[in-house]
Ligand binder design. Structure first.
Ligand code: SF4
Length: 316
C-alpha cells in the first residue's frame, strides 16, 4: 500500500478512536484524550510481550517463528481466558504503554530476527495504533505479512479500514449462541458481530495462500476452541463456516481448553473437554466437508494436518 494511503487510514482510525467505536462495543469515549471504555485502554498501545512464537499453526510459525506481539487488555471478558493475566489484569497495565514509534521498532526487531510475519494478538482495541505503527515501520523497511489475530469480535467499519494492510486474518469463532457468549465472555452480541466480521475478512484476503516453503502469505484461518458441554456450538459454527465463508476455508480446531481464571465458578466450563466431546467434534468436522486446516491432537495438543489425517503430523 502507498504510504499516503497508509497515512490516511491511520488518520481515519484515529478519528474513530476519538469517539471510540473501534470494536462493536461502541463505548463512544475519547481515547485520544485518555478516556477509557470497556477495554480499559487509552491512546497508547499496551505491549505486554513479544517474541518469535513457535507454537502457532505451522504455516505461521514455520521454521523461524511468528513475530508475535501480545497486546494488553481485551474487548471481551472470557471467564476461562488463558491469557487473563494480560487481558483482564487486576491492576493497570499502563506501565506497559509504548509509543507508536516503539511499536514500530518492535515490528522491525521481529522482522530482523527472521520471523515469517508480524502477528498482532488481541488487536481489536488497538487497531488504530497498529496502523500508525505499521505506517512508521513500513517507511523503515517492514515488509513481512501482517497477521490480525483476534477474538472475532470486530467491527466491520474498522475492518474496512484495514483492507490492504492486513495480509492474514486469524479470528476465533468462539460461539454459535449469544447466550453462551454473554455468560462466558460477557458480550451480548458476539455471534451477530463475529460472523459478518469473518465474512468481511474472507472478502478482503480470500482463502489461505502459502509460498513454496509452506509459509502463509495471505488469507484467512479461523480458530475454533472446543469447549466442554458443547458451549462453543461447534457443529453449527462449522456449518456456518462451510456455508457462509466457504468449503475451502482453513480452520484450526483446538482441543487445548483447560479451566483457568474464573472458570471454576461456572460448572459447565470447570473441566477440560473429554475424549467423547473431542471425537464428536472430529465427526462433525469430517461430515462438514471442510477439508483444509489443522486439528490439535487430543492428548498431545500438537497440530495435525489438513484432510484431518490425524496420524500424520503436518510438515510444510
Ligand atoms: S475498543 Fe475499547 S473503548 Fe473502543 S469500543 Fe471497543 S471496548 Fe469500547
Amino acid at each position: 500500500m502507498e504510504s499516503g494511503e497508509l497515512h490516511d487510514r491511520a488518520l481515519a482510525l484515529e478519528e474513530v478512536l476519538r469517539d471510540c467505536a473501534l470494536c462493536p462495543r461502541s463505548c463512544r469515549v475519547d481515547r485520544v484524550k485518555g478516556e477509557r471504555g470497556f477495554c480499559r485502554s487509552g491512546h497508547l498501545p499496551i505491549v505486554e510481550s513479544y517474541c518469535a512464537h513457535h507454537g502457532e499453526e505451522p504455516v505461521l510459525s514455520g521454521t523461524r517463528g511468528s513475530g508475535t506481539i501480545f497486546f494488553g487488555h481485551c474487548n471481551l471478558r472470557c471467564v476461562f481466558c488463558q491469557n487473563h493475566q494480560i487481558s483482564q489484569p487486576a491492576g493497570s497495565l499502563r506501565r506497559n504503554e509504548v509509543s507508536m514509534e516503539r511499536l514500530a521498532a518492535i515490528m522491525l526487531e521481529l522482522q530482523s530476527l527472521g520471523c515469517h510475519n508480524i502477528n498482532f494478538v488481541s488487536p481489536s482495541h488497538f487497531a488504530a495504533q497498529i496502523v500508525r505503527g505499521v505506517e512508521i515501520a513500513a517507511s523503515k523497511g517492514l515488509c513481512v505479512p501482517l497477521v490480525y489475530n483476534s477474538n472475532g469480535y470486530d467491527s466491520i467499519q474498522t475492518l474496512s479500514l484495514l483492507e490492504g494492510i492486513i495480509d492474514i486474518y486469524l479470528p476465533d469463532l468462539k460461539y454459535s449462541d449469544d447466550r453462551a457468549a454473554l455468560k462466558y465472555s460477557k458480550v451480548k452480541d458476539y455471534v451477530r458481530h463475529a460472523r459478518p466480521a469473518i465474512v468481511e475478512m474472507k472478502r478482503q484476503v480470500g482463502d489461505l495462500v502459502v509460498d513454496a516453503d509452506g509459509i502463509a502469505i495471505k488469507g484467512l484461518i479461523i480458530r475454533h476452541l472446543v469447549l466442554p458441554n458443547d458451549l462453543a456450538g461447534s457443529e453449527e459454527s462449522l456449518r456456518f463456516i462451510r456455508d457462509e465463508v466457504g468449503e475451502k476455508t482453513f480452520i484450526s480446531t483446538m482441543s487445548q481448553y483447560f479451566p483457568t481464571h474464573k472458570a471454576g465458578r461456572y460448572p459447565l466450563v470447570s473441566r477440560p473437554i473429554n475424549p467423547r466431546e473431542y471425537e464428536k467434534v472430529m465427526e462433525w468436522l469430517d461430515r462438514s466437508g471442510l477439508e483444509n486446516g489443522w486439528v490439535q491432537d487430543y492428548s498431545s495438543k500438537d497440530y495435525y494436518c489438513p484432510d484431518f489425517e490425524r496420524e500424520q503430523p503436518f510438515t510444510p
